[in-house]
Design a protein around this ligand. Sequence first.
Ligand code: 5IU
Length: 263
Amino acid sequence: KVKKVLTYPERQSQCKHEVLKRLYGIMEEKKTNLCFSGDTTSFAELLEVVEKVGPYICILKTHIDIITDFTAENIHKLKNLASKHNFLLFEDRKFADIGNTVKKQYSEGIYKISEWSDIINAHIIPGPGIIEGLKSAAGEKGLTGKRALLLIAEMSSKGNVATGEYTKACVKMAEENQDFVVGYICQSQLSKDPNFIHMTPGVKLVEGTDSLGQQYLTPKEVITKRNSDIIIVGRGIMNSDDPATTAATYQQAGYDAYLEQCS
Ligand code: 5IU
């Protein structure tokens, strides 16, 4: 039987980017491909739930601009949780403007995302200047190699237009910018190159939809059928009565699917 995917340690040794090497290391050590999307408007609640789910995740995805009680002190606490539980921070900012503007959105304003978020993402609609802009912002803060970008190649929501040629253009842009782009937000595998990781949102234990266009696949479908690498789970964990136990369930489902893939 031929292995369908490389193991995390194999990918870690074959990939070039420091952030990706760290991520594969965490995935191997903690036996998890679970990214938790902590979509709450309360920083206090975010810190509380992350303290519980921290042991089960490799990445925490945030939407810092929905938080009402933002403070630098809370960012400090979040960074401490990330070191304590050993996971990366991914601000799901979905940059989409010209290079000169995203550069400021990434490093300035209230949130100063580049100072704390290991990973960010962007739409490719403006062209490669958006990648250059974000990369130069990280460079100016002395963070070259410590920050990485994911390109949004596909979306989970019904009727989205990130398909076909658009997705292909995204893959091309990623391949041309490997010093900063480390992968994709997508719904299925787009590359076999270990320098690119695939992260898939729209994941729940049971398939379905929400009332605003979200479409859900199961962890098994995402990892073994779509050959993605990371499952991104928000409400499936956030809205559960026991986030820690539920996160452990998603961790196990995602990791079992990975083991099945590489055995
Ligand atoms: N998200 C998606 N679909 C996408 C992209 C991002 O759901 O195509 I790009 C984000 C939105 C939300 C999280 O923060 O992933 C999914 O949350 P739920 O698991 O609660 O649906």
